[in-house]
Design a protein around this ligand. Structure first.
Ligand SMILES: Nc1ncnc2c1ncn2[C@@H]1O[C@H](COP(=O)(O)OP(=O)(O)O)[C@@H](O)[C@H]1O
Ligand SMILES: [Mg+2]
Length: 432
């Protein structure tokens, strides 16, 4: 197989999904489906299995084939539910493929969702040795790397604490440090880095860059398109479980963004499948209203707007303690604006069936451009109810932000901010 270190052939992964736990289950649905289940049992002759209408086969990956050479840094991108994590789990041998095969040459270290790869009852120290051993390293080799791992992860004080007591940030820091320092030949990283703080993300990027320079292979999943462009030689775009494009990272990012914008126009929010969360409450619509309450398709910098999120509550009773987030992502994939109700201690109470959440902002500070909106609903800061990433597109065009008729230089910057100018300190001492 020449210099390929990863070879994936016609890979397929099938899941069986149960509809009974779905978001749209009302009490009546539940009653009729259990009645159906009972009558099916009564009608089914012994030893014969009838197809169960509540269980459906679902292919998370279909016919995926590609090859990766030693030293390549590959970004794997795609919308929520595209199959990225499933692919990484199969490559890390955490799940079995249903079809096809993979061939991997070399030691693999993977960093998947928080929680995989660590033993919760063991201490940080013990987990370092355990993971090293899993990677096939000798105790002496691990000892040599030990101090570097601990200082990179910044967990000195907690080395002898079982990792189940770690915060999610500490967990990710240690997991990344182990995966990157134990000299794997192939490093596999899922979106987990998003959990760490920005400082640590930068450190990880630096480390991944170094790992790549040493000629080792990296596969990683991210929603951050600038990361893909700056770090990867190659991009693989997955779409609904199939390989949509395998090319340069620039090509993959461009096609991903183009598809995101056209998809954002097409599908009503309540029909979209590319969402995560428990589904107990779901976003059903999104509009932007001006001060008069009229819907606007094209926004202007400097004006006041209300974002209106329509929701459907499937719990059947009022729900308090709800946190809402709205994000605007620009055409490079950068999250430029993040509004979140808990930043201002706003916890909302939702109706028992459906209703609207409104969020008003003054003096829209973003410059001209095309943006995609993401929406997020969570309960009590813990349960994600619904998360839709980059699903509605919004155009900002023109406006008179400064109230002077001068538009500023919107091609040179992302934000507009009103400033005060003076040649005297006294001016500010008395004002600010
Ligand atoms: N254990 C599972 N059982 C059933 N469906 C699953 C399971 N894991 C993932 N899926 C489904 O497979 C699809 C792909 O999931 P995933 O690989 O996590 O996507 P991505 O990481 O690209 O967001 C999704 O529709 C998801 O709901
Ligand atoms: Mg994933």
């Amino acid at each position: 197989m020449s210099d390929n270190v990863v070879q994936v052939e016609n890979l397929g992964k099938k899941y069986i999904i149960s509809h009974q736990k779905g978001a749209n289950t009302t009490l009546r649905d539940a009653l009729t489906s259990s009645a159906r289940a009972i009558s099916r049992k009564l009608l089914t002759p012994f030893g014969k299995r009838m197809p169960d209408p509540n269980h459906q086969e679902f292919w998370a990956l279909k016919n995926v084939s590609f090859e990766i050479k030693q030293g390549e840094v590959v970004g794997i991108i795609g919308r929520n539910g595209a199959g990225k994590s499933t692919l990484l789990k199969i490559l890390s041998r955490i799940t079995e493929p249903t079809k096809g095969q993979i061939l991997i040459t070399g030691r693999v270290a993977s960093l998947l969702e928080v929680g995989t790869g660590f033993h919760p009852e063991l201490t940080g120290r013990e987990n370092i040795f355990l993971n090293g051993a899993i990677l096939g390293m000798s105790k002496a080799e691990i000892k040599k790397k030990f101090d570097e791992i601990v200082s990179f992860a910044e967990v000195e004080k907690f080395l002898d604490t079982p990792v189940k007591h770690y915060s999610s940030g500490m967990y990710v820091r240690l997991a990344f440090a182990i995966a990157a320092h134990l000299e794997p030949e192939i490093l596999i990283v899922d979106e987990v880095l998003a959990v760490g703080d920005v400082q640590f993300q930068k450190k990880c990027l630096g480390k991944m860059g170094n790992v790549a320079k040493e000629g080792r292979t990296i596969l990683f999943v991210t929603h951050n398109m600038s990361m893909v462009e700056s770090l990867c030689d190659r991009g693989i775009l997955l779409e609904e479980g199939t390989l949509c494009l395998d090319g340069t990272s620039e090509e993959a990012v461009r096609v991903y963004l183009e598809k995101s914008y056209s998809l954002a126009q097409e599908l009503p929010l309540n029909q979209r499948k590319d969402r995560t969360g428990s589904g107990r409450v779901r976003v059903s619509s999104f509009r932007i209203l001006n001060e008069k309450g009229h819907e606007e398709q094209v926004l202007q910098s400097g004006k006041n707007y209300y974002f209106e999120i329509g929701y459907s509550n499937y719990i059947g009773k009022r729900l308090s303690n709800v946190v809402v987030g709205i994000g605007l992502v620009d055409d490079r994939g950068t999250l430029d604006l993040l509004l979140r109700s808990n930043f201002t201690n706003d916890y909302l109470t939702l109706n028992s069936d459906k209703g609207y959440i409104l969020c008003g902002i003054e003096n829209l500070p973003l410059v001209n451009g095309l943006y995609l909106v993401s929406m997020y609903l969570s309960h009590a800061d813990s349960e994600t109810l619904d998360h839709l990433q980059e699903v509605v597109s919004v155009v900002i065009d023109g406006g008179d932000f400064f109230g002077t008729g001068n538009p500023g230089l919107p091609n040179f910057c992302k934000f507009l901010v009103k400033a005060e100018w003076s040649t005297s300190h006294v001016h500010f001492l008395s004002h600010m």
